[in-house]
Design a protein around this ligand. Structure first.
Ligand SMILES: Cc1cc2nc3c(=O)[nH]c(=O)nc-3n(C[C@H](O)[C@H](O)[C@H](O)COP(=O)(O)OP(=O)(O)OC[C@H]3O[C@@H](n4cnc5c(N)ncnc54)[C@H](O)[C@@H]3O)c2cc1C
Length: 401
């Protein structure tokens, strides 16, 4: 049987896989993306893309392919505490986007078509992989494909991560996510993050007259979630105001769930393998950074992995891929800090109520923290802002907590 030889094989056609394909393809490296579903593909997601992610979409030439009916500009994020306080952060870095996942998937797919070096295989689930001296050998349908580099872009439950021996230790955090779309008009250009007890709701305008409502919850704390058709109703029940608002509203999509969200990788590279996006490790979706991080990691391939494949015609060693691992570590560091802080507040709604109350009048500080989460400024806001925030958090006169 003949073997189809390539520079790069990407497993997974989500945002990470398609963005990585564009980067390899535009550098004239032959690349195949294997996606087990049909593309464009839907997925459980809050569908908010941070301004940094929007910049990367532009650099990948994908923005022009977005269908304007299923996208909305976002000016910032409104945090609603369980005690009724609301603090608004305006993005300093330009606008974000609320985008239906199918629209994002279609736009990235369209952007890949510009590069003849990219081949997309739909409904091609990669099941077995074998390491040979010439690279990774995979059977895809009737074809044997050998690639010098394998890219694991296969999401939270990555098979490539396991196959390459990069699986991290099992995690205690068992948070889950789900979403559905509702017809509603007019929508304000903000993501509303609403804190419940053991659960949060994320309402994102993502098209003409429609919002996506995503939920993230800890099933050990919020135990009311039901499976099947009752899932979204049982999650919405934690937010009486949302429940009222959406009671008689048409549903525009089927509910989709995902999780557990927390998965770690030991490293993001091994000989002939790199991991990207959720496959490389994920903590939680509470800061809405997953897509932006996946795109940033794809952009990081250009200065780190592309030169290795161009310079050397063999299989790249783990050592030669270290610059990519380091770049990814720098990209995800602010996300790890921001997500850990936010998860702490999710577990302590009384503290979250005080922090949101304190930030109500501190728009600059809140915008600073959102910028820090995107890696644009350090988290430390200075002594003066910190002491002001601490005084406000500790001061008595909270509303109902
Ligand atoms: C409820 C929820 C809300 C979220 N909200 C946001 C948000 O508002 N903003 C944000 O930026 N991020 C959000 N995220 C996170 C975001 O969805 C992910 O970080 C992002 O999708 C990661 O992209 P990816 O390409 O790494 O993985 P995925 O999008 O999961 O893509 C992986 C792809 O690999 C394919 N695949 C898997 N195994 C195989 C195989 N063996 N062979 C072939 N193909 C395979 C899958 O079919 C899939 O298409 C949210 C996540 C959840 C669960």
């Amino acid at each position: 049987m003949s073997v189809h030889r390539l520079d790069v094989l990407i497993v997974g056609g989500g945002p990470a896989g398609l963005a990585a394909a564009i980067v390899f393809g535009r550098n004239d490296l032959s690349v195949m993306v294997c996606e087990r579903e049909a593309l464009p593909r839907d997925k459980a997601c809050g569908e908010g893309i941070m301004p940094t992610g929007v910049e990367h979409l532009a650099q990948l030439d994908a923005i022009a392919h977005l269908d304007p009916r299923y996208v909305r500009n976002l000016a910032g994020i409104r945090f609603h505490s369980a005690g009724g306080h609301v603090a608004t952060a305006h993005f300093r870095e330009g606008h974000g986007l609320g985008v239906r996942r199918t629209n994002l998937s279609a736009a990235l797919l369209a952007a890949t078509r510009r590069w003849p070096a990219i081949e997309i295989r739909h409904a091609a689930c990669v099941r077995r992989l074998k390491m040979t001296s010439g690279g990774v050998l995979v059977q895809i349908g009737d074809d044997a494909v050998q690639a010098r580099l394998l890219v694991g872009a296969d999401g939270l439950h990555s098979r490539v991560r396991r196959w390459a021996g990069l699986e991290g230790p099992p995690q205690r955090l068992r948070r889950l996510g789900a979403r559905q779309h509702f017809a509603i008009n007019p929508c304000e250009p903000y993501v509303d993050v609403i804190q419940g007890r053991g659960i949060e709701a994320y309402v994102t305008p993502c098209g003409e007259g429609q919002v996506g409502v995503a939920f993230l919850w800890d099933p050990t704390v919020y135990r009311e979630a039901q499976g099947g058709d009752g899932l979204i109703r049982s999650l919405m029940a934690a937010f009486p105001e949302l429940e009222r608002r959406f009671a008689s509203t048409a549903r525009l999509s089927q509910p989709i769930a995902a999780g557990p969200l927390h998965h770690l990788a030991r490293r993001r590279a091994a000989d002939a393998v790199i991991l990207i996006g959720d496959a490389g490790g994920y903590i939680d979706a509470c800061t809405g950074e997953g897509i932006s991080i996946a795109l940033a990691q794809a952009m990081a391939i250009e200065p780190t992995v592309v030169p290795v494949l161009k310079r050397y015609l063999g299989v790249p060693s783990e050592l030669s891929l270290i610059p990519y691992v380091q770049a990814c570590r720098a990209i995800t560091r602010p996300y790890r800090i921001g997500t850990t802080l936010q998860l702490y507040l999710c577990r302590h709604p009384w503290l979250a109520n005080r922090v949101v109350r304190a930030l109500e009048g501190e728009r600059d500080l809140l915008a600073h923290l959102v910028s820090a989460n995107m890696g644009r400024v350090p988290f430390w806001p200075g002594w003066r802002a910190t002491s002001r925030l601490l005084r406000a958090v500790l001061s008595p006169r909270p509303k109902a907590e």
